[in-house]
Design a protein around this ligand. Sequence first.
Ligand code: MRU
Length: 353
Amino acid sequence: MTTTIPIVQSVRLTADGSGVVILDQTLLPGQKKYETLSTPEAVFDAIIHLKVRGAPAIGIAAAYGVYLGLNQSTYAHIDEARVAFQRVKAYLGSSRPTAVNLFWALERMEKRFERVEDVRLVAEALRDEAEQIRLEDERVCEAIGVHALELLEPGDGILTHCNAGTIATAKYGTALAPIYLGEEQGYNFKVFADETRPLLQGARLTAWELSEAGVDVTLICDSMASIVMSEGKIQAVLVGCDRVAANGDTANKIGTSAVAILAKHYGIPFYVCAPTSTIDLACETGADIEIEERAAEEITSKWYEEPMAPAGVKTYNPAFDVTSGDLITAIVTENGVVRGDYFRELKTVVGER
Ligand code: MRU
């Protein structure tokens, strides 16, 4: 994308390859602060605390984390390096369970490791693979943007949930990529960003990055999605995803399925933007997707000066939900737009791995 729009990059390697620079997303929108991570432990911590978040960005960070785990040590033999590799792979793979990009990236790193014969070349190969994963994600997001833009009309009102923007990926985002592309081409979209309780990715991140880029964005509470739809302000819903099952059921940020149900009620197309790295054909249906549960304090007190719930109240804080494939108008991938029989079409779009 030859863009004139200021697009933020949230994860990259330092020039000397000794660390990974991340934009700390927990501090946005108040502070735009970058942090350099130089160990797998620091990467793990950044993922689990959502300094790096969004399915593709998590995968990229984990790939760099594996490289950082092996670039400092010297191994006498490839088997010794393999033991270290497997340890760091398992460790980073235990950070968050739902976004399949994490596991996809770790598998790719393993395949690359297994192609290395000379132990002295392991670190270089892992660095190269992690870089390729990041660069590929840029191209993938751009292609998603091109395909998704074909589904939209100038002036459309677009509702989005959570943050599937540039900071959740290598660049451009998935659900927000067509919005950036459209902005450049004078589409003048009117974006409505759900605040996305409880961690406010919509308010803190989507509203921030779109405002920075000069896109017309209006922040609403999650509970307001129905009224903006009923008022005719929304012509399409665009969301990202963390894992797409073989039948098209899709896990994304908690609250996404409610938006899909509303969109169906109001006859508004509901599009999921999904890099093929997010499609998990090994999961037959959404019921096979593990849903992360997070700490109670995210609901009870995190954003408040005083706790907003009685002490010790029972809580339930699933971070994602599954939108049934039959509520999804189309899934937009880098390889094209998939509709109808997801079970058949997703296989075609994923191709050989
Ligand atoms: O918990 P998060 O903030 O990592 O959840 C992120 C989402 O649910 C995004 O919508 C998804 O990862 C797609 S990012 C292109």
